[in-house]
Design a protein around this ligand. Structure first.
Ligand code: XLS
Ligand code: CA
Ligand code: CA
Length: 442
């Protein structure tokens, strides 16, 4: 393994916090890592992470055109050398940005050699060796690892849910290796995203059997994780469609039902992605709140979609309402433990310079910092939480408590309904609450 002093982002030095009045585009205006908000440093609230696949690998190709990005780290005479240079650029970028974590798919970081699984695993080990060394030198940690079970043609009909047992077998071996290298890198988690775990038509699909196979696959992964002493958190990442027409891990509640049915709910939490929430017809806030309410909120893939486009655009987050609501849910639920805010986002195809990666991440981090400050105001000022508590206060009465505790039935309530003869309930004051929120944001 050769070492190199090549600098891939020569025009950029360590990004500093300059404060809200700064005009420096390569500075944070709101994200001040050591500033304490709601009892914790910003750094610890967010646990920001850079994703390897969009930041270091994705050249910006779309169905109509080739990649456009200038990626000076993609140099070298063989694929492993390119992979090593890319890993060096990754750690230079994250160090300059001042983020603490990164995430990867196995096939992002090392090449797959056709028809040679052993060589593919050997190359993965070589790149993981460099990643481990660079983690040690920089202090940057692995938030989670994952396996790419959706690019290779063997997975075109699914991986864990493939009709073909050999695809399941190959996926199992690939995930075993991906968990091993995640463990080797001290990963705090491991993500299962069902890239092709779904179907395009029920004319060729045994849906019930595919769900059973997905559950079996995950149970095998849980058993394997225990057998090697990997104590990182497992996550499942909901997404309703794309690439398949209908994906089994559709949204938070579908994942929750699946995990409960198959006895997996104690072993996997959710990795909620903003853009996947909107593809499922939900707000990002809804998906987070559902997961938090059910004790399965684990980690976040921070990005946004475009409401005028129907696909997964994976844009960097800029919407202050979204970041505020996300941070409010996180504050209420006690914040991340193993999880973090991973920027599963890519620069637009016309943002071609390495420097654009910095602008994108700085904007996302500042948007979350502002969201955190507003969320802290919501909690501190108390008007909105107090309104919610007051709205439910009749449930704190003796009658409400007895109903909640399951001590009364329909027949017990009938005479009370006759006696009280309810004709109306109070205003829900939505507009007043929206005005209060806007006051905090401005
Ligand atoms: C794709 C997903 C994917 C997962 C990890 O839409 O977001 O990148 O996060 O496999
Ligand atoms: Ca994602
Ligand atoms: Ca996405």
């Amino acid at each position: 393994m050769t070492t190199t002093a090549t600098e891939y982002f020569p025009g950029v030095s360590k990004i500093a916090y300059d404060g809200p009045d700064s005009r420096n585009p390569l500075a944070f205006k709101h994200y001040d890592p050591d500033a304490v908000v709601a009892g914790k440093s910003m750094r610890d609230h967010f646990r920001f992470s850079v994703c390897y696949w969009h930041s270091m690998r994705n050249a910006g190709a779309d169905p109509f055109g080739v990649g456009t990005r200038n990626m000076p780290w993609e140099t070298g005479s063989d694929p492993v050398e390119v992979a090593l240079n890319t890993m060096r650029a990754n750690f230079e970028f994250i160090s300059k940005l001042g983020v603490d974590f990164w995430c990867f798919h196995d096939r992002d970081i090392a090449p797959e050699t056709p028809d040679d699984f052993a060589k593919t695993n050997q190359d993965l080990d070589t790149v993981v060796g460099l990643a481990k060394q660079l983690q040690g030198e920089t202090g940057i940690k692995l938030l989670w690892g994952t396996a790419c079970l959706f690019v290779h043609p063997r997975y075109m009909s699914g991986a864990a849910t493939s009709p073909y047992v050999d695809a399941f077998v190959h996926a199992a071996a690939q995930v075993k290796k991906a968990i091993e290298v995640t463990h080797e890198l001290g990963g705090e988690g491991y993500v299962f995203w069902g890239g092709r775990e779904g179907y395009d038509t029920l004319l060729n699909t045994d849906l019930g059997r595919e769900f059973d196979h997905l559950a079996r696959f995950l149970h095998m992964a849980v058993d394997f994780k225990k057998s090697i002493g990997f104590d990182g958190q497992f996550y499942i990442e909901p997404k309703p469609k794309e690439p398949t027409k209908h994906q089994y891990d559709h949204d938070s509640s579908a994942c929750h039902a699946f995990l409960q049915k198959y006895g997996l709910v104690d072993h996997l939490k959710l990795n909620i992605e903003a853009n996947h929430a909107t593809l499922a017809g939900h707000s990002f806030h809804h998906e987070l709140e559902y997961a938090a309410a059910n004790g399965i909120l684990g980690s976040i893939d921070a990005n946004r979609g475009d409401m005028l486009l129907g696909w997964d655009t994976d844009q960097f987050p800029t919407d202050l309402y979204d970041t505020t609501f996300a941070m409010w849910t996180l504050l209420k639920s006690g914040g991340f433990t193993t999880g973090g805010l991973n920027f599963d986002a890519k620069v637009r195809r016309q943002s071609v310079d390495p420097e654009d990666l910095f602008h994108a991440h700085i904007g996302g981090m500042d948007a979350f910092a502002r969201g955190l400050k507003v969320a802290a105001k919501i909690v501190e000022d108390g008007r909105i939480p107090d309104f919610i508590a007051q709205r439910y206060s009749s449930w704190d009465s003796d009658l409400g408590k007895r109903i909640e505790a399951g001590h009364v039935g329909l027949a017990d309530l009938e005479p009370i309904a006759h006696q009280r003869n309810l004709a109306s309930v109070p205003s829900s004051r939505q507009e007043m609450l929206e005005n209060i929120l806007n006051d905090y944001i401005c």
